[in-house]
Write a protein that binds this ligand. Structure first.
Ligand code: BGC
Length: 559
């Protein structure tokens, strides 16, 4: 190995503090696709409980569960009809308590999803609103408005749903006439609450307390940039190139309104009444770390997903920039940065990092998409990207199945697709089903061990047999073994609580830094690079003769 001249640059330092969420690796469970104990083809809470040993062995600190509350499942549970009960598809409240106790007994924390922007149209409040008259208190819990035009048949404004089509639907009044319109930023089955109404605020305080009293360690807050809408609901035309959930426009009247912060200040106080560092994590799609950092000021939420990082291409200069700006922006408000590469709304990073055509968030990829990824290249980059990410100080989010190197499922038949995006755009956008396919546990069991009957709500590809957890456990070179070794070293060497000290001089395509006793080198270029001295403790690809191959990353230790 060589000893290149290295320049140590100014080190952006993560904010310090002892709370668990500052450094935790949090594993996202998408319950319907994780593990099915009942055999109906949809994962459930007892299924999660039965797999807790695997999660402990993997080495994660906490779990985030996507919604399992009562829901007609029009948007896979992000359409909640009862916020304080478990949907029978997933089990019962007692099953939830068992799962929580099982996780806690292994030292694993659990945060749950909270969906405050909208409810299901089957929520009792919305049903009451439909039955009540315009101007009633029942309608005032949502955003009902008169239509425009002579007959009121033009929607109240020009807003578009994130899933495509208009963001307004018209109701039929009790006398059978066409009546008011209601706002839904997502599907028509997901009416938006009116957060200027104190009744809505009080109801969510009750819901927060319900789950905190049950012992959850915090909440991932859905659409945390969307609750408050601009006064008067003015027209807005989104940037067609922007991702579905935010885009780049600075003044979108339904994203990032100032008034939303008051809600989180209130929740901060409520959560602080409970023992044990309960945490709030914002799902807020905003264009920069600086803007997202407003959600984690000292009296607001504790964490926010770093979507700027997720959206950064596999390119050394861009990666250095986003890491620096993230640590600075979050550090400036005393918050840790988070890091994330995949979730249930984006193309899995084992495919995304090798796409060769633009693919705005939420559009997905399918059989007719341009620029489809080469699977082998995608996996190489994904392993390298994760190796880089897990060395960064702060908290990291993993999405179920990425530890197996699962790619996006591109070749799903049209008739099995379920994402409302697919239906609301008439098939123009494939949507997010490709990252939601149930994960494989055993290579030669029915549904690869996902369900005892072999049923699976989305079909699993034949190629997934070799990616099943049991096949990877015994293989030292597998992606699962890589994740386990990264997580173990990250914990043992306290990398989550460390700092980034950039190393320069290894080449334009290289991202290199020190964090504590570890030197991290990632090569985003197409030729091998010489490595500095150090003992290899983890690497995404074989390191031979002191060089790091293309699309690879390594951790080197002094001892
Ligand atoms: C969730 C999505 C969901 C949307 C509407 C999000 O950002 O992550 O899965 O469709 O909110 O609730």
């Amino acid at each position: 190995m060589t000893s290149p001249e290295t320049d140590l640059v100014d080190a952006p330092v993560a904010a310090t503090g002892s709370e668990w969420w500052r450094t935790a690796v949090i594993y996202q469970i998408y319950p319907r696709s994780f593990s099915d104990s009942s055999g109906d083809g949809i994962g459930d809470l007892p299924g999660i409980t039965s797999r807790l040993d695997d999660l402990e062995t993997l080495g994660v600190d906490a779990l985030w569960l996507s919604p399992f509350q009562r829901s007609p499942q029009k948007d896979a549970g992000y359409d909640v009809s009862d916020y304080c009960d478990v949907d029978p598809l997933f089990g019962t409240l007692a099953d939830f308590d068992d799962m929580l106790a099982g996780a806690h007994s292994r030292g694993i924390r659990v945060i749950v999803d909270l969906v405050p922007n909208h409810s299901s149209d089957q929520h009792v409040w919305f049903q009451e609103a439909l039955a009540a008259a315009p101007g009633s208190p029942e309608r005032a819990r949502y955003l009902f408005r008169e239509g425009r035009g002579l007959d009121g048949d033009v929607p109240p404004n020009n807003w578009e749903s994130v899933f495509g089509g208009p963001a307004w639907s018209r109701v039929v009044e009790a006398d059978g006439s066409l009546g008011q319109w209601y706002l839904h930023l997502f599907d028509s089955t997901q009416p938006d609450f009116d957060w200027s109404n104190p009744v809505v605020r009080e109801e969510f305080r009750r819901i927060l307390r319900f789950w905190l009293d049950r012992g959850v360690d915090g909440f991932r807050v859905d659409v945390a940039h969307g609750l408050v809408k601009a006064e008067g609901l003015p027209d807005h035309t989104p940037d067609p190139e922007g991702g579905s959930m935010g885009g780049d426009a600075a003044d979108v009247p339904y994203w990032g309104q100032e008034g939303v912060h008051e809600v989180y200040r209130d929740w901060h106080e409520l959560v602080a009444e409970y023992e044990g560092d309960r945490a709030l994590c914002a799902e807020a799609w905003l264009p920069t770390p600086e803007r997202t950092a407003l959600w984690v000021r000292p009296d607001e939420m504790h964490q926010a997903f770093n979507f700027s990082y997720l959206e950064t291409p596999w390119d050394a200069a861009s990666l250095r920039d986003v890491v620096t700006s993230s640590l600075r922006a979050y550090g400036a408000v005393g918050a840790p940065s988070t890091w994330v590469l995949s979730n249930h709304d984006v193309v899995r990073h084992a495919s995304r990092l090798a796409l060769t055509a633009e693919n705005p968030q939420g559009h997905g990829i399918g059989p007719n998409s341009p620029g489809k990824p080469v699977a082998e290249l995608g996996l190489r980059r994904a392993r390298a990207a994760t190796t880089l990410m897990l060395a960064l100080p702060g908290s990291a989010y993993l999405y179920q199945g990425e530890e197996l190197g699962l790619p996006e499922v591109i070749e799903l038949d049209d008739h099995v697709r379920q994402d409302p995006t697919w239906f609301r755009t008439g098939g123009e956008r494939y949507g997010r089903d490709g990252c939601r396919v149930p994960i494989p546990w055993s290579s030669d069991a029915p549904a690869y061990g996902f369900s005892p009957t072999g049923d699976s709500w989305l079909p699993q590809p034949a190629e997934w047999a070799v990616l099943a957890r049991d096949a990877q456990l015994a293989d030292e070179a597998s992606t699962l073994s890589l994740y386990r070794s990264l997580l173990a070293s990250r914990r043992a060497r306290h990398l989550g609580a460390g700092a980034v000290e950039w190393i320069e001089g290894l080449g334009d395509d290289v991202v290199a830094f020190r964090n504590g006793t570890v030197t991290v080198v990632a090569n985003t270029g197409s030729t091998a690079v010489a490595l500095p001295d150090g003992i290899v403790i983890a690497s995404s690809a074989p390191v031979l003769g002191g060089t790091l191959p293309a699309d690879a990353a390594v951790w080197l230790a002094d001892d």
